[in-house]
Design a protein around this ligand. Structure first.
Ligand code: WQD
Length: 342
């Protein structure tokens, strides 16, 4: 085995796809997840893909004693990839204290426990939301951090600062911070994918549920932005491409190839697509007409953002490879799989 990796939030959307790629790369994986926004049968899906069943413990990272017991029960963990967090922008505005408590307590517990168990390598799941509306596009890792537009975004900014300060204090910690743009799609096997509980907040799961007839129509939140077709622009990145970047990051740490104790990478395609372009592309690749209507803007949405992924491309040797066409098709295949199996 190349090493033992703890993946918090490992039954979640990006977490589960990362576990698959870690196992494919020869890592032993331990998943912890409190199942607040995911389902335990995701572990079955992972096993169906890789043939290896990861260790799974239903645990909440905010429970420090339980976390200490876990590290005692599973010695020899070489690194941690930390996904576990609440991540719905809108919900965070309604329930800020839940977001600060959950997202920051879980991080603080991990950082406090790592030295007790001689774990030094920490990959943190961050987000392009820390940039707000960038002044210039594409956005690089050196772009200024803007005041967060939501408690969710603020927890990501604060978390990054906590990591930086901890490393700066001389703690035996190294961290790679990965700032995701908009993850979409599903594993090509359709055994795992995005499983939003309740009404999807994100665009693509709402698109696939509408196409499947589970939703009456998609509401497009505004077409009066300063963009070519008036709808917002985002950098949509295939979730498997994103997962592969995590394997590269953790390997970089374990092989002591980092150039600084904290490294930050933008994980995007470098290409911006509008909401209406996503709809048009989805219709083209699936042949399914998508009912939608234009409604008012959604509070907190930024107008346009897409990555300059050059630093990740060069320094990590990683590039997003999947086309948006294949990615939307994978999302659709996954939606059909979920319906056939429910
Ligand atoms: C994309 C675009 C909407 C739904 C957020 C977080 C980010 C990450 C991904 C966690 C926007 C439009 C959406 C709908 C629509 N979260 N839209 N109708 O807001 O860019 O990013 O989710 O990791 O950190 O900030 O993603 O998918 O919600 O929206 O018109 O029903 O689609 O206005 O322009 P977002 P999104």
């Amino acid at each position: 085995m190349k090493g033992k990796i703890l993946v918090t939030g490992g039954t979640g959307y990006i977490g589960s796809h990362t576990v698959v790629e870690l196992q494919n790369a020869g890592y032993e994986v331990i998943i912890i997840d409190n199942l607040s926004n995911s389902n335990k049968n995701v572990v079955d899906g992972i096993e169906k893909i890789t043939g290896i069943r990861p260790i799974f413990k239903e645990l909440d990272c905010t429970d420090k004693e339980e976390m200490r017991n876990l590290f005692s029960q599973y010695p020899g963990i070489n690194g941690i990839i930390h996904f576990a967090a609440s991540k719905a922008v809108g919900e965070s505005v309604q329930k800020p204290l839940l977001y600060y408590r959950n997202n920051l307590d879980s991080l603080l517990n991990l950082l406090e426990l790592m030295p007790e168990f001689n774990i030094e390598s920490f990959v943190f799941s961050s987000s392009c939301t820390v940039y707000g509306q960038p002044d210039t596009l594409p956005v690089t890792e050196n772009a200024p951090i803007k005041p967060a537009l939501s408690p969710y975004g603020n927890t990501k900014q604060i978390a990054e600062e906590i990591i930086q300060d901890t490393v700066h204090s001389g703690a035996s910690l190294k961290s790679i911070i990965l700032r995701y743009f908009n993850p979409i799609g599903a594993h090509p096997s359709a055994e795992i994918g995005e499983l939003p509980l309740g009404v999807p907040q994100n665009l693509v799961p709402f698109v696939t549920q509408t196409a499947a007839g589970l939703r009456k129509e998609l509401s497009v939140f505004g077409d009066d932005y300063n963009t070519p077709d008036g709808s917002c622009i985002r950098d949509y990145i295939n979730v498997v491409d994103l997962a592969k970047a995590h394997v590269i990051a953790v390997t970089r740490m374990l092989e002591n190839k980092m150039k600084k104790p904290v490294e930050i990478f933008n994980l995007g395609t470098g290409k911006g697509l509008s909401v209406l372009e996503i709809i048009q592309t989805f219709e083209k690749v699936t042949g399914v007409k998508l009912p939608y209507k234009i409604v008012g803007r959604r509070e907190g949405d930024i107008e346009k953002v897409w990555a300059d992924p050059e630093f990740a491309n060069k320094e990590l040797g990683w590039t997003a490879k999947e086309s948006v066409e294949d990615t939307l098709l994978s999302a659709w295949k996954w939606q059909l799989h979920v319906m056939e199996n429910n």
